[in-house]
Design a protein. Sequence first.
Length: 570
Amino acid sequence: MDSNNLLDNKYKVVKELGRGGFGIVYLAEDSLAKRKVAIKALLDKEHLQQYDLIREIEFLASLQHPSIVTFHHHFAQNNILYIVMEYCRGGSLAELIDSKRKLSLDEAISITIKICEVFEFIHNNNIVHRDIKPTNILIDDKGIVKVSDFGIANTHGGTFYYLAPEVYLSEYISSEDPRVDIYALGITMLEMIMGKNPFAEFDTKDILAVKINHNFVSTNLPQCVQEIILKATNPLPELRFQFAKEFNVALAAKSVPYTFNKERYNADKIFNAANRSLSTKNWKKAISYIDTGLNKCYNSTLGLLTAGKYYLKVNSIKKAKKFFEKAIKLNPAVNIKKELASINISENNYSQAISHIQNHLQLQPVDWEAYNLLAECYYRLGRFDSALEIFESVVEDAKVDCFWNNRYITKYCLNNNFIRLNREISKKVSNHHFLKLNFYIIKDLKSENIDNKYPHKKLLYQDFKFNKYSKNNICVIVTPDDSKLEFSKPLITVGRNEENDYQIDETTVSRRHCVIVNYPKDIWVYEVGSKFGVYVDGKKVNQKQFLLGKHKIQLGDYEFDFYTSEGLLI
C-alpha cells in the first residue's frame, strides 16, 4: 500500500509494521484524534468469519482491561476488513526477546504473571484467546505488557509451535477449553527464558511427538522453573494448571503446590474395581461400581472411560458414545481409537471406523483384536480382497481362532465357491464352533440354490471376544405355549429349517433366522440375513444384540421369552 493512501478518509498510513497469515499490519496516523494507531488489514476472510471476529472483539472492548490492547473500531474498504487498535510503540515480546537474546528469569516470570491476569479476566468471561505467542504480546510506551489479536487468532486456528497437542489428537477438541491458552503461555515463558522456541530445531513432522513425550524442558533450568513449565505444558490437559489463577499462584510462589484430591482418589479406586469386574464379565457388579463412582466424582476421566467401555461391551452404543465423548472433552489425549472404531462399526460407519483403527494400529501394531475389527470393516463393505489380505498376513502369527473362521467365510464371499474344511485348519483351531456352523450354512446355501448376492449377511463373523470357550452355559427359551427349552450349546441356531436347534414352523421366520452365541457371561443374538429381522424387547437388532437376564425376542410374527443364566436367578 502506498504510504500516501488514506484509509477510511482519516487514517494516513505511515509504514508497514508486519504481515502474516491473517494479513498486514500498518502504522497509521489518525488525522481526527491526532494519534498513532495500528491497523490490521484482514485478507481472504469469509463474511461469516468477519462477523464473528468483529462481534468477539467488540464484546472484549466492552469489558476493558489495562493489559489488553484497546480496540478503537473497524471498517471495510475495497472488500477488506480493517481493525483499528491501540499502537504499542514498545513493539512485541518477540522483538524484545530478539534484542536481548533471552530475558532474565525474573523478567520472564513478571511478564507471564501479567498474562495470567489477562487470562483470569478473559476466561471468566468465557473468552479463549487460542493463539498466545510472543508476536501477539505487545509492550506500550510505558512498558506495560498487553495481549493482542483477540478473535483474529481464532479464525486461523492458532500457531503450530504453541498449540496444545490435544488439538491434533481428537476431532472432539473444544475450542472453548482455556487450558490451550495455559499450554501456549507455558511455551511462551520457556521461549522467553531460552531465547528461542523449544521446537525451533525440530522437523515439523516430529514436533507433535516431542510435545507428547514432554522432554523439551531443559534440565539446566532452576528446579522450580522446570516444575512450573512442565505443569503448564503437560500433554494431558487434566494434568496442567486447570485455571490461570493456579498458574499465577505457582509463579508467585515459584513452586507447584500439590493438592491431594481425596474425592477423585476414592472414586478412581471404585472405577478400578469396576474395571476388574469388566475383565471377569461380572456385568451387574461392574455397573454398580460405575454408578457409585460417577455419583462421587462425575468429572473423572477414568470413570467416564470405564462407563463407556461397559456400555460398549453390552452393545448399548448411544450410552457408550455419550460417555466417550465426555471423556474426550475432559481429556482429549485419551487413546480410545479402537473403542470409537467399534462404535462406528455398530453404526455402519465403516470408513470412519477404518480411520480410527489405522490410527490405533500406528501406536499399537500388535493388537490382534484391532486387526479383526479392521478386517470386519472391509468384510461388511464387501471389500473381501482387503479383508482376506489382513487375515493372510496375521493368521499364522496371531494363533487366534477367530482369524481362521473369518478367513474361511471371507474366501467364500470372494469367489462364491464351496470350500471344504480340511484337516490342516482343524488342527490349528481349538474352538471350531463358528467355523463348523459357517461350513454348514454355506453348504445349505449351495444345496438350496438360494440367490447369494450378499452371502456375508448370512454368515457369522466371529468377534475376538469369542476366541476362547471355557465351559457350557445354560440358557432357556420359553415358547408361546409355556414350554421350557434348555440349551447349553455354544451356538444355538433358530429358524424354520428342521436342522435348527430351535425349529419354528412359521412362514414369517426365515430358514435360518438368527444365531444365539451362548458363551458364559457373554450371550448375544445375531441376525443372519433374515427377511423380517430380529427384535429384542421391541427394538430391531442391527447385526447383533447383547442379552442379559430376561428378554422378549420376536422373529417375524413369532415371539418367545429368552432367559440367560443371570435371568434364571432373578
